[in-house]
Design a binder for this molecule. Sequence first.
Ligand code: ADP
Ligand code: MG
Length: 323
Amino acid sequence: AHLVNQIAAGEVIERPASVVKELLENSIDAGSTRIELSLEGGGVELIRISDDGCGMTAEQLPLAVTSHATSKLPDDESLFHVGTLGFRGEALASIASVSQMTIRSRAEGQDGGCQIDIRGGVIETPGPCGCPVGTVIEVRNLFFNTPVRRKFLKTPQTERGHIVEAFTRLALANPKVHFVLRNGDKEMFDLLPTPRWADRIESFFGTEISEALIPIENQDETVQITGYACDPSVSRGNNRMQYLFLNGRHIRDRALQHALGEAYRGMLMVGRHPVCFLRMRMPADMIDVNVHPAKLEVRFTDSGRVYSRLLQTLRQRFLSTDM
Ligand code: ADP
Ligand code: MG
């Protein structure tokens, strides 16, 4: 069983940033209002997350690290219908199989908490512990028992960069949640909850970006697009600052990136890419999801429509803006 989980882990858990993404998603799914993340050694030595979400009971805790045990059963095959980010019940078991993990958790309405230690997938006897409602998970020594994979990790700085990107995507998608990120004894981010998306964007990218935000709002019968396109003056040499969210999930999509480029055509110099923060909502039955465990690939059943919708929306907006 441990080997099976280790193999599964190879697909889901590539590097510390994959651990961070899964843990953050779980904390968000748990309804947390405050999530704190701490790193040591680029996340290879330690990833620690603490949240004030719904927590787990002593009975739930061992199940949570068991493969295919999920408390989030989707009502149909499309994960874009469900209100939670998790769906496979695989992540915690996979992470636990390739690390030394400690979980302390206390569910709402329980008098005390419960602790469990897992070493390379082997669960040690759970016991009671004192802790507030919510969950603390520590992941130490990632890939300690899979040396080949450990060898493929890059420098702590590079791994930390990937973690910050995963953190950025989830914190941008959830502006009403308070997020803290610490690296060693240095606090990198302390993001207060806000109803204004522009505030969250500013706390990551500063006033250079927030002052260039052009609000976008458009809705037809099926597709809703809200958020911001940026003034061409803050273009970039790559397309990494095009943040697209589909039904609350971060996505990267070649065709939509192309549509963004087209929308700015004539406004940017060759080789420059626009900066955008756009949230799209559409019915889940218009989205096909190729559920590769590690990356979420989406395909639109009517991709031409989504493409032209995005292009038109931005074009119309630019026409009505003096830029
Ligand atoms: P999934 O998210 O797909 O359900 P995971 O392996 O990520 O699978 O998590 C397994 C289960 O553990 C979740 O379904 C949830 O019940 C529980 N869980 C994990 N993290 C937390 C957390 N931070 N707070 C409360 N419950 C959690
Ligand atoms: Mg999960």
